[in-house]
Ligand binder design. Sequence first.
Ligand SMILES: NC(=O)c1ccc[n+]([C@@H]2O[C@H](COP(=O)([O-])OP(=O)(O)OC[C@H]3O[C@@H](n4cnc5c(N)ncnc54)[C@H](OP(=O)(O)O)[C@@H]3O)[C@@H](O)[C@H]2O)c1
Length: 217
Amino acid sequence: MKNAEWRIEQLGLDNSLQFAIRYLQFAILMTISIIVAMTADRVIGKDGKLPWHVPEDLKFFKRMTQGHAIIMGRKTYESMGRALPRRRNVLITRQADYRPAALSVKPSDDPALDVLFAPDDESARRAPDQTCLDVVHSLDAAIELCRRRGEEKAFVIGGGKIFQDAIGRVEEMLITRIEGDYKGDTFFPQWNSAEWIDVGPADPTFQAATRYTRTIA
Ligand SMILES: NC(=O)c1ccc[n+]([C@@H]2O[C@H](COP(=O)([O-])OP(=O)(O)OC[C@H]3O[C@@H](n4cnc5c(N)ncnc54)[C@H](OP(=O)(O)O)[C@@H]3O)[C@@H](O)[C@H]2O)c1
């Protein structure tokens, strides 16, 4: 990837062409999306939890993310309490020695990374290659890891800190609008609506979720 970017820069193309090539490279190799549920005031969390319980949104989240990678901050991981089954879970923390509780460490095929598996998870037992938890120390490292593992889709699933870092990096957002006046302490970042196109419902069976794709200006 780095070599390919170096070559693009050496071609002396103008910025928009460089951007288009990078976008294509990005899109062919792996799609990175944000998936989030928020109120009209952009509330996403309170006291380390979701302030609402919307089963239809949880089912939508599962349908969208199963079989793919999910990238999350340490606090979001701890609020879930476990790796989600049938997904490559990628946890971001600044703590060099962070060890998620209740998971056993399995030697990694990549010495630079800790790879942990959730052995008690029923789905993990059925498909051990599909459920795993990687611990990394930056969003860049999370994305690079997913690329290197050949993921075709990676979802940034939160929380607020990680969304803030990721919003400039993703080409798609799946946003569920939560109805109701929920108060919270964690918010989705403000985004420039001119940079995003509403392309309609993300899933025909769940109208509350909208898919936005990035405009190429
Ligand atoms: N509504 C939704 O769709 C949704 C989705 C996800 C989460 N949530 C909610 O959001 C809340 C959690 O969000 P949050 O913003 O408090 O926490 P978060 O983003 O989940 O996690 C923050 C942690 O991630 C690590 N981190 C963040 N930026 C980093 C960086 N640049 N480099 C390395 N590590 C970094 C740090 O971990 P260390 O402190 O370990 O270094 C930091 O404390 C909860 O209430 C949760 O329920 C809502």
